[in-house]
Design a protein around this ligand. Sequence first.
Ligand code: NAD
Length: 358
Amino acid sequence: MSKSILILPGDGIGQEVTTSMVEVLNFLIEKYCLDFVVNTMSVGGTAYNEYGTPLPIKVLEKAKESDAILFGAVGGTEWDHLDWDDRPENALLSLRKELNLFANLRPAFLFNELSEASPLKKEIINDLDILIVRELTGGIYFGEPRGIISNESPKYAFNTMIYNEDEIRRIAKVAFESAQKRNGRLCSVEKANVLEVSKFWRSILTEISKDYPDVELSHQLADNAAMQLVLDPNQFDVIVASNLFGDILSDIAATLTGSIGMLPSASLDSSLKGMYEPCHGSAPDIAGQDLANPIAMIASLSMALKYSLGQEHVSDKIDMAISSFIKKGYRTKDIAIDENYLKTSEVANKLITTIENE
Ligand code: NAD
């Protein structure tokens, strides 16, 4: 049965990196006779300009029907004055919520050839290969009640950190299974020393670990984990964390690699349908200049092929081509050490040639 892909380029460099990704996708469809139905629609500021909303109903409906969504990036100064409901970024959060994409997978890896770009010393950062599994639809970002009380003295504000056991179990399952496919080590991060939610989280992770005897489970407090990510990142294989702690840790891990243009991400539902996007935003400062690094977007396609489209071997071809691209010394501007770099529009062709000549 054919698989359906929805492409949402979005705004700014989202458009440019998506064009490169589509070149690779079209090549793979032809070379490996992939039975995919591909649709492309507007989202974010671009959709707002066309339809008066950043997430038109027909886009949301198509997203719900699709096996994989490839999302570029949204946002830009042109739309910064709008109310939150109309802001491009709202489309992203609504898609995650509406599609119940509760599991955010954020790999942070470093090609040793790019270790100069990292803020850490080579001997600490070399061979970095971590997967952060972040809970994405619950916790304090969505917990009720929440609010700002301005008519009392003193004024105050509050949020609610809440997880039920089903929410913890489903993200734990994704994390344990991811660790099984990697090096078998899972570190659960919380604040069990001060938060009841975290004590509860830790007890459920510990209980579930009995079903995964091949995975070594450890626990770290979030403040220590943030420190350890900088001091000794290679101690980690898979990290699982709630929405809040995962947000912070995944950005630290991304920064360690020194190149936001290289990192993909996946957000999955319980049937492994998902949305795939680069970790970066729409980069208005370089948009329209053919300077963006499209590798994070192309690596997002690779994750889609692996998790949602049942084409792990084709995904491996992309990963191999990206690795070969870096080893051969090709660079885009963000990772270049001199003025000798490729334009966005030149990258896909190099990757395609590598796969063709394999
Ligand atoms: P950003 O990620 O867009 O840019 C941060 C810096 O990294 C910029 O200097 C940019 O030029 C550079 N950069 C980012 N991606 C790059 C790439 N592929 N190649 C080369 N350089 C790259 O973050 P920002 O500047 O904080 O946000 C810009 C806009 O993007 C805002 O409107 C923000 O709301 C939005 N945003 C969207 C998403 C998303 O769609 N998922 C994520 C973050 C930010």
